[in-house]
Design a protein around this ligand. Sequence first.
Ligand SMILES: Nc1ncnc2c1ncn2[C@@H]1O[C@H](COP(=O)(O)OP(=O)(O)O)[C@@H](O)[C@H]1O
Ligand SMILES: [Mg+2]
Length: 244
Amino acid sequence: MVIIKDICKSFNGKRVLNSINLDFRDGEILTIVGKSGVGKSVLLKLVVGLIDSDSGSINVDNILLDKNTVYDIRKKIGFVFQSSALVESLPVEENIGLALRYIYNLDDDTIKRKVIEAIRMVKLDEKVASMYPSNLSGGMLKRAAIARAIILRPKYIFYDEPTTGLDPIVARAIEDLILTLNNKLNTTSIIVTHDINSAVGISDRIAMLSKGEITFSGMVDDFNKTENQYVKEFKDAYFLKQEK
Ligand SMILES: Nc1ncnc2c1ncn2[C@@H]1O[C@H](COP(=O)(O)OP(=O)(O)O)[C@@H](O)[C@H]1O
Ligand SMILES: [Mg+2]
């Protein structure tokens, strides 16, 4: 379980996160929704120690995040970046196996076996292994990025806007994959997105981030029914945009 307690973060004197309290519960799919620029990506990066908080604490499985524990904590978390963040000069199989080669120094055969296993798990064709990122579609890139995130069998997987920029059919397929992986690998999946539909479709629980605070959190049913003003405004803005 991840316990985020009273986390504050400012950039250049501007408060982005103002005393965030939120738990990530074992086994769940939690989606954090909120408008662009509200601090969703910053929140995920804080938990893996890519950004330091100004105050507050983060505990991951009873380990307090600090500069001594950050690498142990990172091993528990697979991160799928919004940009997919593959190295363009390396074929897909090298990208997926990067951590196995450079952090764990595994031998070539073991790496190959684990990479192929990951490629199958994300339902990519094995032919993709030797291809370069620039020759992949958006959906394939996302699958490759997910394969890289799961290669160490992390307990947690963080997905930053996993469906943003994908066409609706591909987006639904990626959501199905997230759901399948969460069940198969027994992971806890945290998704941040500004896309309500994707949030409601596969999540157990939804938290809403607005004005630097968690302004709502509850099960999907509660999210659908709530009279919470922030959630209502967010839904109205979202569906208005969809109609245009
Ligand atoms: N490394 C950084 N340096 C300065 N400002 C940042 C940095 N990262 C994020 N921000 C600012 O923090 C705010 C929240 O960003 P972000 O978490 O990326 O929003 P989103 O909810 O769209 O993911 C934005 O105003 C952004 O400009
Ligand atoms: Mg973001």
